[in-house]
Design a protein around this ligand. Structure first.
Ligand code: KG4
Ligand code: ZN
Length: 347
């Protein structure tokens, strides 16, 4: 890696086409995200075939936008010195987990650019990318931290000791946190994605109107949300007169209470200096408020990334790619995409 440590990251695992340029895994030079949420909204969820096709159309324009934001042309050369060398040191792309047809678009684009430019290709685990999002917003973060990664597909508690060194402490046994928000919202007849709708509606509800269950799990840092979702559905069925706002507020209360309590327990377990939120559900206003309150009461730092960093983006993929390249070198060009890739402890 040369002096600039400049990595182009590409993210196409789900319904966001994103590209970013990041230096040394810490400084975001440019980050472009093109969301397909409107394309999928009318179906109430992401349609894999449509996502793949949209990525094919958007990948090159989004990459070109990101390069332009870094002062580079489509060939990776400086706009001021088009005859000069390629000014990207490596190309990273999400290889999983995600939708296979979507992942392959980003992976093929990244491999093609890596070949054309003669720079390394790095295949990144999307979930590892999420771990670095808070660091990109707060570069002076003190490690180790606990990261609570809560998205539409995943719920994980991870100890991040140093860039590239992490341990998975707990995970959901069934639904992801965001999935529970989305399913409850759909049941209540709210829009898609459901998390933001529940968040909005809960403001006008009474969080003490109904007591929904907080599931116990055998692994103390694991999560389970399917019982909570079922409890909401059966309550609404037997109390059709209940106000949606009260249901939203009480569901959110139960989900957030468990997420915060287990994050605190995880921080105690590893002697963390602080904790970070990551993933789409990190945009939830109650979770943000309770999380920072709980950690500041313990005298610990809490890092709440901006909305742009919480949701899928390519800056976090470029950062993960940088650290991975430093630790374990490039990924062979014949490596494929892995739709069910898991996040495993790095040692
Ligand atoms: O990380 P993300 O953008 O995509 C992946 O799943 O990878 O997360 C999307 C999830 C959806 O389930 C969405 O409902 C949820 O994040 N979400 C929220 C909020 N904003 C987004 N959940 C609760 N409250 C929110 N404000
Ligand atoms: Zn994600």
């Amino acid at each position: 890696m040369t002096g600039t440590g400049r990595v182009l990251g590409i993210e196409t695992s789900c319904d966001e086409t994103a590209a970013a340029v990041v230096e040394h895994g810490r400084r975001v030079v440019t980050s472009v995200v093109s969301s397909q949420v409107d394309l999928h909204a009318r179906y109430g969820g992401v349609v894999p075939e449509l996502a793949g096709r949209a990525h094919v159309e958007l990948a090159l324009p989004v990459v070109a936008d990101a390069l332009a934001g870094a002062g580079l042309d489509r060939r990776g050369r400086s706009l001021e010195d088009p005859g000069g060398p390629v000014e990207i040191d490596a190309v990273a792309a999400t290889v999983g987990p995600g939708l296979i047809g979507a992942l392959l678009v980003g992976v093929s684009t990244a491999k093609a650019l890596s070949l054309a430019w003669g720079v390394p290709f790095v295949g990144v685990n999307h979930l590892e990318g999420h771990l670095y999002a808070a660091m990109l917003d707060s570069p002076d973060i003190e490690l180790p931290v606990v990261v609570l990664l809560v998205s539409g597909g995943h719920t994980l508690l991870v100890a991040l000791e140093s860039p590239g060194s992490y341990e998975v402490l707990g995970a959901t046994l069934d639904d992801a946190a965001g999935e529970a928000f989305d399913k409850v919202a759909r049941y209540l007849g709210l829009g898609y994605p459901g998390g933001p709708e529940i968040d909005r509606l809960a403001v006008s509800g009474d969080p003490e109107a109904i007591r929904f269950p907080r599931a116990a799990t055998a692994g103390p840092l694991d999560f389970s949300f399917s019982g909570l979702k079922t409890a909401v559905v059966s309550y609404v069925r037997s109390h059709p007169e209940v106000a949606n706002a009260d249901v939203a507020a009480c569901f959110q209360e139960a989900a957030v209470e468990v997420l915060v309590a287990k994050s605190l327990a995880a921080a105690d377990q590893i002697g963390a200096r602080g904790a970070c939120l990551a993933g789409g559900v990190a945009a939830n206003s109650l979770l943000r408020a309770r999380f920072s309150e709980a950690f500041s009461e313990r005298g610990l730092a809490s890092y709440l990334p901006s909305r742009a960093m919480c949701t899928d983006n390519a800056a976090m993929i470029a950062a993960a790619g940088y650290f991975q390249l430093e630790r374990s070198g490039p990924t062979p060009l014949d490596a494929g995409a892995v739709p069910d890739l898991q996040l495993r402890s790095s040692r």
